[in-house]
Design a binder for this molecule. Structure first.
Ligand SMILES: [Cu+2]
Length: 232
């Protein structure tokens, strides 16, 4: 085959691959979860955000009913299946997480520590009692095998382990959105957003059951165990 013909084939092949990648990227972006704006109150001390989230062991419907997931409440109080949250810059974010899942094993005790929150602490209520855990004692109090998920924003230095419910708990929520009549823990903490930026956040408990090392599936999917904080 002449050089010109071979060169043409290479160029055509390259363009086809570019087209397919572009098609996949557009499709991926279009079908992503919604960006949720939680309730924001303006005060003289800056914007106060009230971010209410929940985590459940199985989402219970949609294309991945068996996956663990987060959900986020919008400003009107509706639960949205998303992990993309828009927050004002230099705001104080008051986070409440209703945690409905049982605990999994931590791969690194680092993730059992509360870090990066205001005061370096988080409050836990529910089956773990009503106590305040703060770094570095969070490791011994929450325990290396007592967290179901974490809320971690590496670029902001934030990590909060979410205590799991008892493995023999009755009345376990298996379909989202869960209601507080099901067994759950409630974890509250506050943090500052800082300058405008898009921050990646992630659960670091390998909770993707059925995937290699528990780190696939929901752990790598926006809308389930990872997401973004759009600070604007
Ligand atoms: Cu998780």
């Amino acid at each position: 085959m002449p050089v010109a013909a071979r060169l043409s084939l290479v160029i055509v092949g390259f363009l086809v691959v570019c087209g397919l990648v572009g098609f996949w990227v557009v499709g991926f972006l279009r079908t992503g979860p919604a960006t949720v704006t939680p309730r924001v109150v303006s005060t003289s001390a800056g914007p106060q955000v009230y971010l209410h989230m929940q985590t459940m062991g199985t989402y219970g419907s949609g294309p991945r009913p068996s996956w663990v997931s987060y959900m986020v409440q919008d400003a009107q109080g509706h639960w949205v299946h998303s992990t993309i949250v828009q927050l004002p810059a230099h705001a104080t974010v008051h986070v409440t997480v209703d945690q409905y899942d049982s605990a999994g094993l931590l791969r690194n005790p680092e993730w059992a520590q509360v870090k990066g929150t205001i005061g370096g602490s988080a409050n836990y209520t529910g089956v773990v009692g009503s106590k305040t855990y703060s770094n570095p004692t969070a490791l011994s109090l929450v325990g290396a095998s007592a967290a179901a998920h974490t809320f971690a924003v590496p670029a902001l230095g934030i990590n909060v382990p979410l205590a799991g419910i008892s493995s023999d708990a009755k009345n376990v929520c298996n379909a989202a959105p869960c209601t507080t009549s099901s067994t759950h823990d409630t974890i509250t903490f506050t943090f500052k957003t800082g300058a405008p930026h898009v921050y990646h956040w992630q659960c670091f408990i390998p909770c993707g059951l059925g995937f290699v090392n528990g780190n696939g599936g929901p752990m790598q999917t926006v809308g389930y165990m990872m997401g973004f904080l759009k600070v604007v």
